[in-house]
Design a protein around this ligand. Structure first.
Ligand code: UD1
Ligand code: UDP
Length: 373
């Protein structure tokens, strides 16, 4: 039987984790010929994330270069995706989120008048430089989009304010919750040897940081705050899975390498990272996805950014915006460590589950089948 082709585009770790459940839901329908186009904006981290879902790319453009520029990513993804679309002639292209892969692949679809579906549409910080370049990537992608799959009602509101017709928007929940449900069963014990260095029941903080606007001084401040926290709380351990970006790793290693009770490791496989989120006392992170996951598992997360496009996490209580100010990070983290009353009040507040119930991918797959069937 002739099947319409849908191309799902992924470039980086979070796109793979959040697009994987959509690919799986579409394939379960057995209605479309679902292809995965990996741009390879991330190399190791993309394969690592896809591997967990037992997915392999139908084509990988392998565009990654060490310390790559935004121009390089944009131009090579635009050209490479366009050539692939010309070969497989998809009826629709799906992109996810706010990376430069997202925008460039959506543009390649638009140039061929192929309808584009945007998974995780409508997130806004309303500051074009925070996060950079992600806020503008989202805004521009949403202008190109035919199907805007908004994770929350607030994301839908943002789109409507910008003039997106309501009929083009479907509120689905965030597919990261689907990914989390897929993974939870697999995470009773960590596989990574580095994590086995943690003594049983040792209290630890899980830390990640990678944002472009944090490179340099902000990341130095974060590391300095972490060092101070280790001095103030001698029982404390830290697990810091370092992003592969050399700009990030150099700063972290310089400031925290060789420290007692600090585990600096490579990016963790998704099940191990979920284990670490669940087992940690709390999380410090500038990641977008981690804010959603922390909210779903009711774990406090100190958000190492000045603004967030996920205010639902803050309203729900698990997300606490601390920015990159050293003193503020130390103060809030210490409060969480010493006051069980404060800590418990956060856990109790996280009841609303603003990012959905694990059915986002199914809703997306059904909507596409209904429209293209
Ligand atoms: C990218 C996205 C960001 C997203 C993040 C998720 C853009 C501009 N940025 O940021 O929105 O939040 O991914 O992690 O789209 N590297 C490796 N191996 C890997 C991955 C990266 O060596 O597997 C190194 C390379 O030197 C690369 C650098 O990291 O040049 C930066 O990668 P890049 O994708 O440009 O930026 P991220 O900071 O990862
Ligand atoms: N993650 C992971 N291993 C790690 C760190 C993060 O699997 O060592 C997962 C995390 O659970 C989340 C996603 O990667 O689903 C977030 O990716 P990242 O922080 O790189 O990007 P962002 O969400 O900020 O765009």
């Amino acid at each position: 039987m002739y099947q319409k082709v849908i191309v799902c585009v992924v470039g980086t770790r979070p796109e793979a984790i959040k697009m994987a459940p959509v690919v799986l839901a579409l394939r379960r329908q057995n209605f479309f010929d679902v292809k995965i186009l990996a741009t390879g904006q991330h190399a190791a981290m993309l394969d690592q994330a896809l591997g967990h879902f037992k997915l392999t790319a139908d084509i990988n453009l392998h565009i990654m270069k060490e310390r790559q520029s935004l121009d390089h990513i944009t131009s090579s993804v635009l050209t490479g995706s366009g050539e692939y679309f010309d070969t497989v002639k998809p009826s629709a292209v799906l992109v996810h989120g706010d990376t430069t892969t997202t925008l460039a692949a959506a543009l390649a679809g638009f140039y061929r008048k192929i309808p584009v579906g945007h998974v995780e549409a409508g997130l806004r910080s309303n500051n074009m430089y925070l996060p950079f370049p992600e806020e503008m990537n989202r805004v521009l992608t949403d202008r190109i989009t035919t199907w805007a799959f908004a994770p929350t009602p607030l994301a839908k509101e943002n789109l409507i304010k910008e003039g997106t017709p309501e009929k083009n928007i479907l509120v689905t929940g965030n597919t990261v919750i689907d990914a989390l449900f897929y993974t939870v069963k697999a995470t009773e014990k960590p596989a990574c040897e580095d994590l086995r260095l943690l003594p049983e029941n040792a209290p630890f903080l899980l830390v990640t940081a990678h944002r472009r606007e944090s490179w340099g001084e902000p990341l130095e401040n974060i590391c300095s705050a972490l060092n101070k926290l280790l001095d103030l709380h001698p029982e404390l351990w830290m697990v810091i899975p370092m992003h592969k970006n050399p700009a990030v790793r150099e700063t972290i290693k310089k400031n925290l390498g060789g420290k007692k009770q600090v585990i600096l490791c490579d990016p963790l496989d998704y099940p191990d990272f979920v284990w670490a989120m669940n087992t940690s006392r709390f999380i410090l992170s500038d990641s977008g996805g981690v804010q959603e996951e922390a909210s779903a598992i009711r774990k406090p997360v100190l958000i190492l950014r000045d603004v967030t496009e996920r205010p639902e996490a803050v309203e729900n209580g698990s997300g606490i915006l601390v920015g990159v100010d050293r003193e503020k990070i130390i103060k809030k983290a210490s409060e969480l460590l010493v006051s069980s009353e404060y800590y418990n009040s956060i856990e109790k507040r996280c009841d609303a589950q603003p990012f959905g119930n694990g059915t986002a991918s199914l809703k997306i797959a059904e909507a596409l089948k209904a429209d293209l069937g």
